[in-house]
Each structure stands twice: as structure tokens, then as C-alpha cells.
Design a protein around this ligand. Structure first.
Ligand code: 13P
Ligand code: 13P
Ligand code: MG
Ligand code: MG
Ligand code: MG
Length: 371
């Protein structure tokens, strides 16, 4: 029998500004999920935060895209929004872009990563929760985990991994997807996912012959783009991901290793700047400097045979990631000194959804032809 793990998140108010989630919102969401657990809708849950994003982690038997589970998340976000309004928190209900729930939270504002899996004898997973960045921020680390032998020794030395993995890549502008095979198509994969604002790794699958069934994902990333729902800039998409580990998959340490390099991602300050992704323990998942820099939290879990969430372990709460944090701060200083200049500020195409169209509109009549 299969178990579904659902990570659903939304920014329903920041404290203060866009810095973090107020504990009262977490409490309110817990009450809603606790009720659902008593009624048997979900098996287990955990509520936490990453910056100003309220994070719901749930296990259940309803499969992915279940209207019951999505409806439950929506209710938790609505109730937490009420609390945010009472407290006057910043941007109360920020990511709830539609008024009515219609069977699925996709396209309504929250971000979703879900996988329905047959539990292995032991099922170690990591949930990742990012703030001040976008779904494409996961391209580099997910690629490294499942395709880069310099990151993941298992690709070379574990016979179960040696054949590689399949990547489901979405074109999030044209709403198309393609499944590509690594290592055979590695360079083509990189040609796409290096353009991380457009091509986003959605899922990773094992290949035929792997102990995990071919149609069961081993990693999944949220790909929701808020501006596509709202039609204008309303904050960043602050993605989440679920990654399974060990036994024919990257070891826990291979799943975390890519984050030892604080790579540049977009989404910092007003969603309009590039900056380093800093791996942090929960206590530091509170972006402050220039509303950042962007943060990554990694929570470790074992799923019990009944589908209980045994955890979380705050995986970046480790001195081994201290150097990456130092490096991220060095990069932060360096990038900040560019002020409003690219490549700190995002390129024009990605500024389309901010103030830039307004500036161009204002100057429309003052532009004249050059000789
Ligand atoms: P243990 O012997 O500690 O389980 O380690 C197995 C392993 O491969 C870790 O990467
Ligand atoms: P959030 O998407 O985390 O609310 O970020 C908004 C922002 O632009 C902060 O500068
Ligand atoms: Mg916010
Ligand atoms: Mg946020
Ligand atoms: Mg956001």
C-alpha cells in the first residue's frame, strides 16, 4: 500500500515584513491539521516555517492532487491568514491569490511538492524549504544529487545507481514537459536546466531495473509561479522539494552536499535580485539583510511503516555547513555592492513583472530615434 507525502506552503503574512512566520500562525495551522489527523484524513503532519513561508508537511493515503488534502491545506492557510490579519502581520494572505478553493491548490498561490510511494524497508527522506528564491533554484542541487559523479559517489560505485536517472523537466512558460535520461543526455539536460528561470526540474525517476518502481518519483520540486496566477509581481515563489535517500539513491550526505556551495539564485529583495543560497538551520531561516540572502532549510525524516513522520532533524544545523554560510556572506557583500546593477539586479526579461514596465511607459514619449 502506498503512502503520499505532501509538502504544501504559502506565505500568509510576515513578521516583521517578509522576515519570518509568527508562531501564532504555526499554532493555528497545527490545530487545523491536528483535527484532520483525529478524523483520519491524514496519517501524520508537521508544521514549520522557512522565512515568511508557512510549511505544511503531511503524510496520508489519498494520493497526489487529492482535493481533500489540498482543501485541508487551503483551510489551514485561510485560518492562519485570519490570525495574521488580527495581528496586523505584513502581507496577510499574500500567497492566497484566489478567493475560492476549487479542488486543488495549484494555480491558487500555494506551492506543492507531493509524491506517492511504496515505502521501502526503511524510507529516509529530506524535505527542502527555500525562501527568497524560485523553483529553478533547485535545478543545480537536484542535478548534482542525481547526475553528477563528483557530488554523488554512488553514481560510480553503487551498482543500483550506475545506470543513472530520468529527469522530468518543465518549460514553465510554455507549459510543456520532457523526460530526459542521464547520463546519456546529460549535456542536453544541462542546456535546458542552466536556464533556470524557464526550465525547471519537476521530478526525478529511477530507470528500469532499479529496485524502486519506474513510475515512482525519487525527487519532486514545486514549480508554481505566482505571477502567472496574479499577472503581476506578488512576491517570490519560494519553492519546496522532497528527496528520497539511501539504498540505490543518493546517500543522505550526497543529498545535502550540493548545498555546501552557495550558488547564485534569483528572488532576493523584491524578488528582483540574484544572491547566494545560504544553507541554514531553522533558527536562522529568518532573512534579514536586504531581505535575504536567500535561505535553504533541509529537514530529515524517516517514514515509519505506518506512514508516521519520524523527525524532523534540522540537517543544516551542523558546523560542516558553516563554511558555506561564511562563503554566502562573502558573496552577499560582493553582490550587494552592485546596487541596482545587473547581474545583482535581475535581467530585463525577469524584471517584466516589477516596476520596469511603469518606468518605460512614463518615458515612452521622451524616447527619440538615434542617428
Ligand atoms: P553506514 O555504514 O554508516 O551505514 O554508511 C553507509 C554509507 O554508505 C554512508 O554513505
Ligand atoms: P516573499 O516572496 O518571501 O514574500 O518575498 C518578498 C520580497 O520580495 C522580499 O523582498
Ligand atoms: Mg512575504
Ligand atoms: Mg517567502
Ligand atoms: Mg514568496
Amino acid at each position: 500500500e502506498k503512502i503520499t507525502i505532501s509538502v504544501i506552503k504559502a506565505d500568509v503574512g510576515g513578521w516583521p515584513g517578509h522576515s519570518r512566520v509568527h508562531p501564532a500562525l504555526i499554532e493555528r495551522a497545527k490545530e487545523v491539521l491536528s483535527e484532520a489527523q483525529k478524523e483520519g484524513t491524514i496519517i501524520d503532519f508537521y508544521v514549520t516555517y522557512a522565512g515568511d513561508d508557512l510549511q505544511l508537511i503531511m503524510t496520508h493515503k489519498k494520493g497526489v492532487d487529492s482535493s481533500e488534502i489540498h482543501g485541508l491545506a487551503w483551510e489551514a492557510f485561510k485560518k492562519a491568514t485570519e490570525v495574521a490579519k488580527e495581528l496586523g502581520l505584513y502581507g496577510a494572505g499574500q500567497d492566497l491569490l484566489k478567493d475560492a478553493f476549487s479542488g486543488n491548490v495549484r494555480g491558487l498561490g500555494p506551492s506543492v511538492a507531493e509524491m506517492e510511494i511504496t515505502l521501502r524497508k526503511s524510507e529516509p527522506i529530506v524535505t527542502f524549504h527555500l525562501d527568497k528564491t524560485e523553483p529553478g533554484a533547485f535545478n543545480l542541487p537536484i542535478f548534482r544529487m542525481f547526475a553528477d559523479p563528483f557530488n554523488t559517489a554512488g553514481l560510480v560505485i553503487d551498482p543500483k545507481m550506475h545506470m543513472g536517472f530520468r529527469f522530468e523537466i518543465w518549460d514553465i512558460y510554455d507549459h510543456k514537459k520532457v523526460i530526459m535520461s542521464s547520463p546519456e543526455e546529460m549535456y542536453d539536460i544541462l542546456a535546458l536546466i542552466g536556464a533556470k528561470g524557464r526550465y525547471v526540474i519537476k521530478r526525478v525517476y529511477p530507470k528500469k531495473g532499479h529496485p524502486i518502481p519506474e513510475d515512482e518519483p525519487v525527487a519532486v520540486v514545486s514549480t508554481e509561479k505566482l505571477y502567472e496566477v496574479a499577472g503581476e509581481y506578488v512576491g517570490k515563489d519560494d519553492p519546496v522539494a522532497i528527496v528520497r535517500a539511501q539504498s540505490g539513491l543518493p546517500a543522505l550526505g550526497e543529498v545535502l552536499e550540493p548545498f555546501a556551495f552557495p550558488h547564485l539564485v534569483s528572488g532576493w529583495m523584491r524578488g528582483s535580485h540574484n544572491g547566494p543560497l545560504m544553507p541554514v538551520p531553522l533558527k536562522y531561516a529568518t532573512p534579514t539583510r536586504f531581505d535575504g540572502p536567500p535561505r535553504a532549510v533541509a529537514l530529515g525524516w524517516q517514514i515509519s511503516p505506518e506512514g508516521k513522520l519520524i523527525g524532523p532533524v534540522d540537517l543544516f544545523d551542523d558546523p560542516a555547513f558553516e563554511w558555506a554560510r561564511q562563503k554566502a556572506m562573502e558573496i552577499t557583500d560582493y553582490m550587494r555592492r552592485h546596487g541596482p546593477f545587473e547581474p545583482h539586479r535581475l535581467p530585463l526579461e525577469e524584471m517584466e513583472y516589477t516596476t520596469l514596465p511603469g518606468v518605460l511607459e512614463k518615458l515612452k514619449d521622451r524616447f527619440e530615434p538615434v542617428e
